[in-house]
Ligand binder design. Structure first.
Ligand code: ADP
Ligand code: MG
Length: 457
């Protein structure tokens, strides 16, 4: 029977592919060398045909059938009852029009049409601190799955600050609370990939149907579609269709909606309609918290391995850029220590992580600040240092002075020297001017936040 046979396929395709792609199909008919399967949509059938035909054929033949051809079809209402009754399979559960989310990271990420969830990215494993408490609270709220209060939820922040982690956590939580909910998580890149594929295969109606029938849509790294016109267009319509149906949308990006270059204005304004929250760069406390949690996990993995006091604090202090790097450092440290069977001491850490520590020791220079600020405001680097007093040049120059004061340990006279030999009082004036404007100028605040993020990675 197909039911048994089908289960045999778990071993061949894996549990995730099985629940996503195999479980929902139904063997409708076996006619000589031809096996016909009922599928929920043509898109679905196409996918199964392309990716799992070999496995299905193998399994059918292994069970003694002599099948050489598979056909997938979407049942129509006029489908004669007799055909259904002739099917050798037990009545299947309700067809799932939408692929369920896979529960692990697949090696061939971009081949999966849905997207993959990392089982480790849960709320439990997310360490909350000042820099991310707002984003965390908003994510929690959405994950409760109550009535939609803000739509979309827009999460943004620099690389490795936990955007993807939070989105996966929301998806896990929603699925746990409401298994019937159709939650679709994917990166903007996958959205584009699927869209282009649907266009090419003339299955755009299927595409629209899938995307517009979800209960929750999550699109990660939306900045990716900036400048990609037809994808933006489709995204815009998908977005509107879902919002109209009061379906929850969650979006992430590396910066605020208004700051994404080459993103259509109408999309920007839609993205700003809900709740926009940012994940700030980590602070020492948060980094230490994350390390402690990770270390706890490794202690269980490598029982008996000792880690000296102060090692975690040392890492939290020295590796400040990106949580991923921080985690990588700890992973390497434990792996190395267990290999050589030594306690993890400060010396071992310094030795084993020399390259990482060197890279994160990199000091931000005033030149880098000037360059980024000049780029941001579209002025020449030479004007940044030069004597021009035009406001469209003087203001960015003051911004650069302010950031130099904020982000480097340089003194005012030192900064002055790097701004074409200006006097320290000029620098002080520039810094004060910016501080003064910050009280009222929200555009300036946005600019400063963005620049800080860019400069501090
Ligand atoms: P982003 O999508 O913002 O670039 P990720 O969500 O991929 O960042 O996070 C990078 C890594 O850092 C992941 O392994 C994630 O689990 C971890 N991470 C980031 N923030 C936290 C946090 N607050 N608590 C625990 N782990 C975190
Ligand atoms: Mg991410």
């Amino acid at each position: 029977a197909w039911g048994k046979l089908r289960e045999e396929l778990i071993k061949r395709v894996g549990r995730n592919n099985y629940t996503t792609w195999i479980e929902p199909i139904r063997l409708a008919e076996l006619r000589g060398p031809l096996a016909r399967f009922e599928v929920p949509t043509t898109f679905f059938g196409d996918w199964v045909s392309r990716n799992f035909s070999d496995h299905i054929l193998h399994q059918l033949n292994a069970s003694g059938q002599d099948v050489s051809r598979l056909e997938f079809f979407v049942p129509t209402v006029s489908q004669p009852r007799a055909v259904r009754a002739a099917a050798s399979a037990p009545a299947p559960g309700p067809a799932k029009p939408l692929p369920r989310l896979a529960q692990r990271r697949a090696a061939n990420d971009d081949e999966l049409p849905g997207a993959t969830l990392d089982a480790r990215f849960t709320f439990d494993s997310f360490v909350v601190g000042k820099p991310n408490e707002l984003a965390h609270a908003a994510a929690r709220r959405v994950a409760e799955g109550g009535p939609v209060t803000f739509n979309p939820l827009f999460l943004y922040g620099g690389v490795g600050l936990g955007k993807t982690h939070l989105m996966h956590a929301i998806a896990h939580e929603l699925q746990a609370r409401q298994p019937e909910l159709r939650v679709l998580y994917l990166s903007a890149e996958q959205f584009m990939y699927r869209f282009v594929q649907a266009l090419r295969d003339k299955q755009i109606m299927d595409f629209k149907e899938i995307f517009r029938s979800v209960d929750v849509l999550m699109v990660d790294d939306v900045q990716f579609i900036a400048g990609k016109d037809s994808t933006q267009e489709e995204f815009f319509h998908t977005f509107n269709a879902l919002v109209d149906q009061n379906k929850q949308i969650i979006i992430s990006a590396d910066r605020a909606p208004g700051e994404i270059k080459d993103l259509e204005d109408r999309i920007k304004s839609r993205l700003q309609c809900g709740l926009v929250v940012d994940l700030h760069p980590t602070d020492y406390e948060l980094r230490l918290g994350i390390l402690q949690q990770k270390a706890e996990f490794y202690r269980q993995q490598y029982p008996g391995l000792q880690i000296a006091n102060g090692v975690l604090a040392f890492l939290a202090h020295r590796i400040t850029t990106n949580v991923r790097v921080l985690e990588g450092a700890l992973t390497r440290l434990f792996a190395f220590a267990s290999l050589v069977g030594r306690e993890i001491t400060l010396e071992l850490a310094q030795d084993c992580l020399a390259d990482i520590l060197r890279a994160s020791d990199r000091k931000l220079t005033i030149e880098e600040i000037q360059r980024k600020v000049a780029e941001h405001y579209n002025i020449r680097l030479s004007d940044m240092i030069g004597p021009k007093r035009l406001r469209n040049i003087a203001r960015p120059r003051q911004v650069a002075m302010y950031l130099a004061k904020q982000l480097t340990p340089r003194s005012l006279p030192e900064i002055g020297r790097r701004f074409g030999g200006r006097d320290h009082t000029t620098i002080m004036h520039g810094v004060r001017k910016i501080e003064e404007l910050m009280a009222t100028d929200s555009q300036l605040n946005d600019d400063l936040n963005l620049l800080k993020r860019l400069l501090q990675g």
